[in-house]
Design a protein around this ligand. Structure first.
Ligand SMILES: Cc1cc2nc3c(=O)[nH]c(=O)nc-3n(C[C@H](O)[C@H](O)[C@H](O)COP(=O)(O)O)c2cc1C
Length: 185
């Protein structure tokens, strides 16, 4: 038996990305976004309502994308329930912002994997904006590398479970991509 849910939409896994921007005074801000994805080898897309972050993106045109991890789950959730319009979230969380090497946007030391991106389009839509960004550099802390590659098992990124409003950890390897299906070919 299957149960119908009508229009309810669950795409899984939804990532927990952290958008890093500077405000008009150069104060770093971080925002949690789960409605995000990758649309080609170098472009990302995020569905956004109007926030301090979108004001910063409109003005600055550059941002960082970091990935929430098991270790940073509490702070990452905080970045999604508080606004940089009222508080310096980075100070409150005890995080450390460094200047991006390739873009004018903050890189947070506590996140081990970060994309530095330029805004390609911040397109208004009915509920806010669709942000399309192009990655100009990705950097990773050595602690999450295995043989020079990003190792998600070490990194322990979390995903947003939109069915139960929970965060879940990603990491276990259960197969080899482009290979396992060969058994059935
Ligand atoms: C799990 C989670 C996912 C979220 N995903 C999004 C999202 O994809 N798009 C969006 O506009 N807001 C999203 N939010 C809400 C923003 O993060 C929130 O409104 C935040 O306070 C905005 O910060 P800012 O005003 O400092 O930019 C999410 C919040 C949480 C907790």
């Amino acid at each position: 038996m299957r149960k119908n849910f009508g229009k309810k939409t669950i795409i899984t896994p939804l990532p927990v990305v952290i958008l890093g921007t500077y405000d008009e005074n150069g104060v770093p801000n971080a925002m949690n976004a789960a409605w995000a994805g990758q649309i080609d080898a170098h472009q990302i897309v995020v569905s956004l309502s109007k926030h301090k972050t979108t004001d910063n993106l409109e003005r600055c045109g550059e941002f960082t994308v970091s990935f929430a991890t098991r270790k940073t789950a509490v702070e990452s959730d905080y970045f999604g329930i508080e606004t940089g319009r009222k508080v310096n979230k980075i100070e409150k969380a005890g995080f450390h912002a460094e200047e991006g090497e390739y873009v004018n946007a903050p890189v947070f030391a506590e996140y081990p994997l970060t994309l530095e991106c330029r805004v390609v389009e911040l397109r208004p839509d009915t509920e806010g904006y669709i942000l399309i960004g192009e990655t100009v550099n990705m950097s990773a802390d050595e602690s999450i590398l295995t043989d020079g590659k990003v190792d998600l098992g070490k990194m322990e990124p979390i995903m947003f479970d939109s069915s139960m409003n929970k965060y879940r950890v990603i990491g276990e390897i259960v197969g080899d991509a482009f290979k396992d299906g060969m058994k059935l070919r």
